[in-house]
Structure formats: C-alpha cells, structure tokens
Write a protein that binds this ligand. Structure first.
Ligand code: NAP
Ligand code: MG
Length: 510
C-alpha cells in the first residue's frame, strides 16, 4: 500500500467488477512488522492466505514463530522502557493517533477491499468497518488528555494521588470475523495510554492488520511501539500467551482458546488476561412487541448479519407461542434480504463463510438440528453466486420446533443458523433466555415498560437491546457475562484493562 494522506475519493469503485479490479491490483503487505520494519519470519516460513470469495490464494504471508514473537516483544519492551511513547506528552500521543484516524479514513477503499478479499465480508459492511475503526481510534485519541487521576482526602499531614500507569507490553490476539476493528478495539485504547503492543492477527485474515501497520508507522508511532506477528495460533499465539515479558493479553476469540490463554498466564508470569468470547444470544419476541415486522427484520439481522459469524449473533429467537405463526411468515420474508451474493457487489448483504472447514462445521450443526428433531424451516443450500464457485457460501437457515436443550440451541455455531424456540409466556421466555452458559448479549421486544424493566434487570448478558438488535457506539462497553468472557472492549471503561492503578502517598510531616 502506498501511504497517502489524500482521500481516495477520485476513483471510488461503484460496481462489483470495479471493486474486484481494485482488490486484484492493490499492493499487499505480506510480512511481519517488528521494531518499525517489515520482515520475513526468521525461519522464512509462510502461510497461504486464501480468499473466501472464490477460494483463490491471495498471497503467502510470514508465519511467525517463537523467535519472531521474542523479537517483537523485545522491541516492544525496549520502546516501553525508554519512554519514546510511554512517556511522550499526552498532546503528542493524541495528535499522532488523530493522524492515524485520518490515515485510516484516507485509505478507506484499500482497507475495505482488503477486508472483503481476505475475510469475505461484503464490501458495504467492510467499508462500515473501516469507518468504525477510524471512529474508535479518534475516540481514544481524544480521551488522552481528558482522563484524570484522583486526589483522595487525607489528613493535612499527607498528600496522596491515585494515578493510572500503562501496563507495559500488551499482546492482542484476535479473530478474523472483523479483521480490522476487533484488533483496533484493543490497539487504540492500549496505545492511547502509552503501552507498547504486539498483535497476532488470525491466520485466516491477517492482511488488513499488516496494511494497518504501514499507517501506524506513517502516523508517527515510534518504532517498536506497535508490532504485528502473523502466524498460527498454536505457535505465534501461544508464544505471546506464554511470554514472560508480556504484561497483558487482550484476547477475542473462541471459548476453547480463551481458556488456553488463562492457562498460559498461569504457566508463565500471571499476566492479566481479558477475554471477549463467544455467545448464544437470545432475541425474545413477546406478544406485545411494538412492531412485529421490525422484530422479524431484526431477528433475521441478528442471526444472519456478517454470515452469522458474530460473537453477538442473536442465534436463539425465543417467540411467544400466541404470535409464533404470524412471526414465522414475517421472518421467512425477512430472510430473503440475506441471500448470499458476490461480496464485491455493494448491494450484497451475505458473503461466504471464512473457509471450507467452517462451512463443513456449520453443515454438521444443520445435520444435528434435523437429527435432534428440529424442523428445517428454510435455507441450507450451499449454492455459490455465479462465477464464485470456489467460495464457501451458505443459504441462511431457520430451524423451528427447537428445544433449548438441543445442540443447535446450546452451542455457538458461528454461521447463519437461527433457532426458533417457542415460549408459553414472558416468564418462560426469560427462563429459556438465561438457560445458557453464555451471556454476551440479549434482546427483548415488548411495549410494556414493566416487562422491559424486568427483562433488562434479569437478563444475564453484557448488552441488552430493547426493541432493536445489534445497535452500539464506541462510547458503550461491550463484553460478556458468564462464559462469554471477562473485561470490556470500547468506552472509557476499557481503559481500566490497559492501565494499572498507582497509589502515591507523600508524608508532609517529615
Ligand atoms: P479462535 O479460533 O479462538 O482464534 C482466535 C485467535 O486465537 C486467532 O488469532 C487464533 O489463531 C488464536 N489461536 C488459536 N489457537 C490458539 C492456541 N492454541 N494458542 C494461542 N492462540 C490461538 O477464534 P476464531 O475462530 O478466530 O474467531 C471466532 C470466535 O471469536 C468465536 O467464538 C466468536 O464468538 C469470537 N468472537 C468474540 C467477540 C467478542 O467481542 N466477544 C468478537 C468477535 C469474535 P489462528 O486461528 O490464526 O491460528
Ligand atoms: Mg484469508
């Protein structure tokens, strides 16, 4: 990517063909970024990056291993210790990160095309992800000189302060489903308070983070402060998790790997670990929902947006029996807005799943749903859009007659599969909703203020939506109850994870 500060507005691609040409012609950064330089893995090993759009190989990128992670962590530690960023004035850090937000906006087209090419997100959604990423960086940049420490009350013989120090070297290990914004939810707050960062992007879609590294350097973040070590989770990810000189791991991904990071911390230096994990979020539609058409549209969106590859997917639709038949007709028609198409077409809402393994895992859940007695109400074909034969497409699925004990109601499927569960009344719906090991998000549709308050109080989830789904902004926290994780991304609250409290007590009597 050629770094420029001029928005790429002159030749915005408009059609699927133009976007595909843009994606084919853009320069791709395939190396690791360590201590301010793009480098190959020490071993010279590489991994093929496959495009889920058509199954083609985009490039081979550096496969970092323990030695490369050691290099990156050492660079990050040197930078942290000599204060080139950790002790830079708040104004310098703020202006640098504001420049980074500007650069992200200026490279909207390339970054968006890269997200679509490498991760398969439909281009309109990918562009939205880039815009959101710039907003997140700007939010944390602006917060830098607007957050303060405390002066607790003391006797006049003493003066005490409570301040927040950066933690040191932060390792961010992230998934592929939002390949730019998930990393930046961690990178932006971590950098804003002065930490150094080492990112391990997901092996399925690392390229946009490597492109982002060029912008971080161009914005003037000093060498060593920001590093990217692409590679496999079992090697590069585990090396970061086990590293004795990494002070904190910020992880987003599956529950199984989240558990491993707690183990890595226990086996090494007891680093702090925050976990944003999966979910099986309920969307509850009660008989007094204000607008059943809107509830059906939100229901489909909650299940199918981002191909259902959403930690916060509203994959359990719990509907009061008395309106179930009417609701299902509306849901069936709302599903039609989510049929798979060419991800480079700006009208497309549903792209391919990330890879062949994922498609076959989701198909396994579809088989299990039918085998356990649920009714396959709609979808399930794997027909690729014309010309995209090698991609991993799936017609979004609705199961009805689902019991909350079935695997399709208990396990995170991470694909476009909605399980509709009937509830006899509101209390029954609430019991079903909370009967899950997860607690990332939930939604309730009702017009009764008493019902809404009762549900928002009792739903055991980090986010509760009322009469909507999936609404958010950078200034509200996001994270899970129960096995959906610990810690929060976004909002000023997340800064608590990237800082540690220091008490200073001065005796004025001596
Ligand atoms: P994943 O398999 O857990 O991978 C996440 C990251 O961990 C990747 O970078 C992965 O590397 C790495 N990793 C894998 N195995 C590892 C190991 N043994 N040691 C160290 N690191 C390892 O998750 P995913 O399939 O990429 O993403 C989907 C999951 O993310 C879903 O469960 C979803 O719910 C969750 N998610 C949660 C949130 C949230 O905010 N709560 C947001 C988005 C996604 P490689 O895969 O490259 O090998
Ligand atoms: Mg890929």
């Amino acid at each position: 990517m050629t770094v420029t500060d001029t928005p790429q507005a002159a030749d915005i691609p408009r059609t699927a063909e133009q976007w595909a040409v843009t994606a084919r012609n853009m320069p791709i950064q395939s190396r690791a970024f360590i201590d301010g330089a793009f480098v190959d893995a020490r071993s010279g090993a590489t991994i093929d990056s496959i495009s889920p759009v058509d199954g083609s190989v985009i490039t081979s990128f550096a496969a970092c291993e323990v030695a490369d992670v050691d290099d990156a962590v050492a660079a990050a530690r040197r930078a942290f210790d000599d204060g080139r960023w950790s002790e830079a004035s708040p104004r310098v850090r703020r202006e640098t990160l504001l420049d980074l937000a500007r650069l992200v906006r200026a490279h909207r087209i390339t970054l968006g095309a890269m997200i679509t090419l490498d991760a398969g997100r439909p281009i309109s959604a990918a562009l939205g992800e880039v815009d959101h990423t710039a907003d997140v960086i700007q939010f944390f940049a602006e917060a830098i000189d607007k957050t303060f420490g405390e002066v607790p009350p003391t006797a006049t013989s003493a003066f005490a302060t409570v301040t927040r120090d950066p933690i040191g070297v932060v390792g961010a290990v992230v998934p592929w489903n939002f390949p730019l914004s998930m990393p930046v939810w961690k990178i932006a707050p971590a950098l804003s308070v002065g930490n150094s960062v080492v990112v391990k992007p997901a092996e399925q879609a690392p390229l946009v983070v490597q492109a982002f590294a060029e912008l971080v350097a161009a914005a003037g973040v000093p060498d060593g402060v920001f590093n990217v070590v692409p590679g496999m989770g079992e090697t590069a990810g585990a090396a970061l998790g086990r590293h004795r000189d990494v002070d904190k791991i910020a992880f987003t991904g599956s529950n199984a790997v989240g558990r491993l990071f707690q183990t890595y911390a226990a086996q090494s230096n007891l680093k702090s670990v925050s976990l944003e994990l999966g979910g099986k979020s309920p969307q509850i539609v009660l008989a007094d929902a204000p607008d059943l058409d809107a509830a059906a549209r939100a229901g489909a969106l909650g299940g199918f947006v981002n191909q259902g590859e959403m930690c916060s997917a509203g994959s359990r639709l719990i509907v009061e029996e008395s309106i179930l038949d009417e609701f299902l007709i509306k849901l069936q028609s709302a599903r039609e807005s989510w049929l798979p198409g060419d991800p480079f077409d700006p009208e497309t809402t549903m792209g391919p799943l990330i890879d062949a393994e994922s498609l076959s895992r989701v198909r396994g859940f579809i088989d299990s749903g039918s085998a356990s007695g649920a009714t396959l109400f709609a979808g399930g074909d794997s027909q690729a859009p014309a010309g995209l034969g090698g991609g991993f497409y799936l017609d979004p699925v609705i199961f009805t007659d689902v019991d909350n004990s079935m695997p399709i109601a208990r396990e995170e499927i991470f694909g476009p599969v909605l399980s509709v569960i009937a509830a006899s009344d509101a209390d029954h719906a609430l019991r079903i909703a909370n009967d899950s090991r997860f607690g990332l998000a939930a939604a309730v549709w009702s017009t009764d203020v008493r019902t809404i308050h009762k549900f928002t109080r009792r739903l055991r989830a980090g986010t509760v939506w009322v009469n909507c789904y999936n609404k958010a902004d950078v200034n509200v926290p996001f994270g899970g109850y129960k096995e959906s994780g610990s810690g929060r991304d976004k909002s000023l609250h997340c800064l608590e994870q990237y800082t540690q409290l220091k008490t200073t007590w001065m005796d004025l009597d001596v």
